[in-house]
Design a protein around this ligand. Structure first.
Ligand code: SF4
Length: 347
């Protein structure tokens, strides 16, 4: 079957504004000896200035690969094989980041400059043999005309803003001397010191205890307000998404299966996968020892993608005459939600 044209997803309340970043029909595949893995297979969404887009889904649904594809930092044997990532520039026509050379000057000036990224495990992002101070100063100088002394002052200021005690002294320490929570704060400082227009935060609080998690979310939200920054927040934690996101995109097997404002997604989910995810969240009203509902079956290996709707082997609303045979498009439901499911029309 010929794949349909992807529908343009307009997800902000303020539909009159142009998106800052538009991801359209993104496809990133991994070409392995065992076959092709379609890690991202047609993801589309928009990101607006000063707003947070939450991307949720189980492990392996393509959230992180989507984020890395935006910045073209996909490791071999992965390759972006289709789609567009349009970044709007102030007043100018938007640039398609995927048309830039992956190691070229243009995309390198955007990475860490206009778009920064926070990774789940900061230890893998810092060099263990350079002091943290040297690394943040280098990041600042790469994207600004500041001299070393000015960059040092700015770095100390950012460490203070993200809540690192004695920042002057910590500048000369190595990443292994920071605790997990401090490393994550330091990583946020490094990502934000260049005042990016967009921050991609990939599971930034997953490895942290709840207190540190709450502090980090607080820091991100405060800095977002101060700088009118957009955030793409990737997590499998729906509780965190409810707290930080304006718009939520739910991904399953490399596709966005539902997207809409956070209130609508939580109060009136449309896609059976979103409903299943929400019902498997722990609630305070649950009776003691009550078994928590879980999603039936396991997420299939992307190499063995089911035919038709990829959620059909796990779906409680499966319809035998269509769900395993055709792939549903993302369609509008009501005024502000979109979902790809035949329950809302046999497109
Ligand atoms: Fe379930 Fe069918 Fe909708 Fe897929 S298209 S989510 S299988 S009802």
């Amino acid at each position: 079957m010929q794949s349909p044209e992807p529908e343009t997803v307009v997800t902000d309340e303020d539909t009159g504004t142009r998106p800052l970043l538009s991801v359209e029909d993104l496809q990133t595949y991994f070409f392995t000896d065992e076959g092709t893995i379609k890690a991202v297979d047609g993801a589309s969404f928009d990101v607006y200035s000063g707003r947070t887009l939450g991307i949720v889904g189980e492990s392996g649904c393509g959230k992180s690969i989507t984020a890395k594809s935006i910045l073209q930092i996909i490791d071999n044997p992965g390759r972006i094989v289709g789609g567009q990532v349009k970044l709007s520039s102030n007043g100018d026509a938007s640039k398609n980041l995927l048309e830039m050379e992956p190691n070229g000057e243009e995309i390198r000036s955007i990475r860490g400059g206009e778009i920064s990224m926070i990774f789940q495990e900061p230890m893998t992002s810092f060099s263990p043999i350079h002091t943290f101070g040297n690394q943040i100063i280098e990041a600042i100088r790469l994207h600004s005309p500041l001299d070393k002394e000015e960059a040092h002052g700015l770095a100390v200021d950012w460490l203070r803003r993200v809540g690192i005690p004695s920042p002057e002294q910590r500048m000369s320490e190595y990443p292994y001397q920071f605790s997990g929570g401090q490393r994550q704060r330091a990583m946020i400082a490094m990502a934000l010191c260049t005042e990016p227009r967009i921050l991609i935060a990939d599971e930034p609080t997953t490895a942290l205890d709840v207190t540190t998690q709450a502090q980090i979310l607080d820091i991100l939200q405060t800095l977002q307000k101060q700088n009118d920054m957009s955030i793409i927040f990737i997590t499998h934690d729906l509780g965190v998404i409810a707290e930080v996101a304006d718009v939520v995109a739910v991904m399953y097997l490399g596709k966005v299966v539902e997207i809409g404002p956070v209130e609508s997604i939580f109060s009136s989910p449309k896609h059976p996968y979103t409903k299943a995810l929400l019902s498997s969240m722990p609630t305070i009203d649950a009776a003691p020892r009550e078994r928590m509902p879980s999603i039936t079956g396991a997420i299939p290996h992307p190499q063995n993608r089911p035919s038709g709707c990829s959620f059909h082997p796990r779906c409680p609303s499966y319809m035998s005459d269509i769900c395993g045979l055709r792939e549903p498009d993302l369609v509008s439901i009501g005024t502000d939600q979109q979902a790809s499911c035949f329950l809302y029309g046999r497109n």
